[in-house]
Design a protein around this ligand. Structure first.
Ligand code: GDP
Ligand code: MG
Length: 302
């Protein structure tokens, strides 16, 4: 007789400070290359960054806006957004840089304050914690900081304990049929994701009103074999010359920072070297233009 096995599926958000290792961990958990799928408004308002299929379970990873350590209005805004993004997820994994974080801090924990679902504390970069016994007081400290279901030391870099993290994750997911067909790697051009990453960097780096006036269109996405890399070209559209000036910066410095930050993230996500060429163009009133919105791949999610 076959034992009755119920399928489990659910949404998991990886949150944590920049540099904690979220992208690396996501890559590690989902596999070599991310399965990028479009958001399903009926299931989540978050962008889905990867789907991990396991025997008897499907884990859907969702992206949340990064936490910003700067505080102030932007930090506040981002904390709020993160908090909202957590509504409706089945598990939150708070990723912590165990090599850096001597003690739990308020900023890291803030998004969990009003979240009453299951949360794990993932103490990442365990490979850097020496001697290993140093991990014990750390585990204790995080255990006291929040009622985490599990506290799991891992190394996203060398993969140690990541299988255990997956198994524990499956354990807290509800019984639910798979949200996505197992072979549905993508139903959304990867260009959408690339554009989102660039937009995020514009948001983080320019801070002004520019981000809301900026749209990104990826004009080329080519995989090259020797050497293996991803060649990307994208245009940032803004609404006014003044905004163009801000995005480009003195002597092109801002555009360079945006490009570098975006490239770094994209390399972590795609797992290959990325060449990214950015240009900036003015297109007035694109926000009021339906066709432009569709063309830029915008969708209203909330
Ligand atoms: P994110 O900002 O949270 O997405 O962090 P990233 O995934 O971009 O990682 C930030 C940096 O930490 C990168 O240089 C990673 O290579 C490094 N990193 C991530 N996970 C580990 C780990 O487990 N061990 C070590 N030694 N480095 C890691
Ligand atoms: Mg990242």
């Amino acid at each position: 007789m076959r034992p009755e096995t119920k399928f489990r599926a659910g949404f998991v958000a990886l949150i944590g400070l920049p540099n904690a290792g979220k992208s690396t961990l996501l890559n590690r958990l989902v596999g070599e290359k991310l399965a990028i799928v479009s958001p399903r408004p009926q299931t989540t308002r978050n962008r889905i960054t990867g789907v991990k299929n396991l025997p008897g379970a499907q884990i859907v990873f969702v992206d949340t806006p990064g936490l910003h350590p700067g505080g102030g209005k932007l930090g506040e805004f981002m904390a709020k957004t993160t908090e909202r993004a957590l509504e409706g997820v089945d598990l939150v994994c708070l990723v912590v840089d165990a090599a850096e974080a001597a003690a739990p801090d308020a900023l890291t924990l803030a998004p969990l304050a009003r979240f009453d679902g299951a949360a794990f504390c993932v103490l990442n970069k365990a490979d850097l914690v020496r001697p290993r016994a140093r991990m014990l007081p750390l585990i204790e400290a995080w255990r006291r900081a929040h009622p985490f279901r599990e506290i799991v030391p891992v190394s996203a870099l060398d993969g140690s304990n990541c299988d255990r993290l997956l198994a524990l994750t499956v354990g807290v997911l509800p019984e639910h049929p798979a949200y996505f067909p197992e072979d549905a790697a993508t139903d959304q051009p990867e260009t959408f994701w690339v554009a989102e990453v660039i937009r995020e960097k514009i948001f983080l780096l320019t801070r002004a009103e520019v981000p809301y006036a900026a749209a990104v269109r990826v004009t080329e996405l080519t995989e090259r074999e020797r050497p293996r890399c991803l060649y990307l070209r994208a245009t940032v559209f803004v609404e006014a010359e003044s905004q163009k000036g801000i995005v480009i910066g003195k002597g092109g410095a801002m555009l360079k920072r945006i490009g570098t930050a975006a490239r770094r993230d994209l390399e972590a996500f795609f797992g290959v070297k990325v060449f990214l060429e950015l240009r900036v163009d003015v297109r007035r009133r694109w926000r009021r233009d339906d066709r432009a919105l569709r063309e830029f791949g915008f969708r209203l999610t909330s």
